[in-house]
Design a protein around this ligand. Sequence first.
Ligand SMILES: *Cc1c(COP(=O)(O)O)cnc(C)c1O
Length: 359
Amino acid sequence: MTLTFDIKPTTNPTSDQERAAKLANPGFGRVFTDHMAVVQFSQDKGWHSARVESRANFPLDPAAAVLHYAQEIFEGLKAYKRDDGGVNLFRPDANAQRFWNSAERMAMAQLPQNVFIEAVEQLVRIDRAWIPGGEGSLYLRPFMIANEVFLGVKPSAEYIFAVIASPVGSYFKGGPAPVSIWVSENYTRAAVGGTGGVKCGGNYAASLKAQAEAIAHGCDQVVFLDAIERRYVEELGGMNVFFVFDDGSLSTPPLGTILPGITRDSIIKLARDAGREVREEAYAIDQWRADAKSGKLKEAFACGTAAVISPIGKVRSASGDVLINGGEAGPVAMGLRKQLVDIQYGRSADPHNWIRDVK
Ligand SMILES: *Cc1c(COP(=O)(O)O)cnc(C)c1O
């Protein structure tokens, strides 16, 4: 399916001076660009009204389905400015495919993948002056909400798909600092047959209490265990997790109830390219503790689009603390991180064809 986007540049653009001030210290997710891309769906018209326009509030009826039954999905990807001034997207086709899968699970209208990519590219083109240089990037947030005005419980007949963009600085100044994580023993994130494998807002709503518990215990992030045995490591609130062993192999929890991260998938491929064994297998929290103590476990790290790779320095739970690699960032995590970031910024070869050059 092809849709032509109506491009309507804002009549009230941010001045160069104001934009430069915002880009000097963007933080994460609080500064936004001038435009948004929008595509609407209704049962009778299908996908229609594709446009790029001034970023503005949505007119939303108080009975819009999303406000009551949380039919909502989202994505996250980044645009990177290359040294030659060009712009790279990293695996946008994988985000488009995951968005399609998420919509299917949430009984929402499925957006054709070429339209998803076109919306992202059109927004990047019109707001390209907002892409920070150096180690910064433009975080892109495609999302879709159920917009039918009806309080009955059923899949909505109307949807709004939109993409907004937010310039972000380097996640870590002076290299990634190892994070401490809290093991959630009271709350789980996802059960078999549930929505753990799709990127829906509801998963995050259900994770916030556990994350708050982590912070109350002096930790940066929470790690969830499986919902049946409360034993096998699943993932963090918004990042997947990897383990590095003394024989050079890696392991990561298998897909199913965890979110199929594109960073996770990319790391598996890069590690295998380098000749490392990578197992997708269940890993128990008690084994994690034992392997960290015996030295069999060399490193652990979390991964996702926002932070790429964050080394895990400490695991804390009600039964005490365990340090990983003496609480320091390890060479395997840091090596993979550099490899991935170099591909994203176009500083090295792209053997898997992951880069899309936004012209
Ligand atoms: C988005 C997300 C990830 C990471 O996925 P990437 O595609 O690597 O950014 C991991 N876990 C959860 C719960 C997520 O929502």
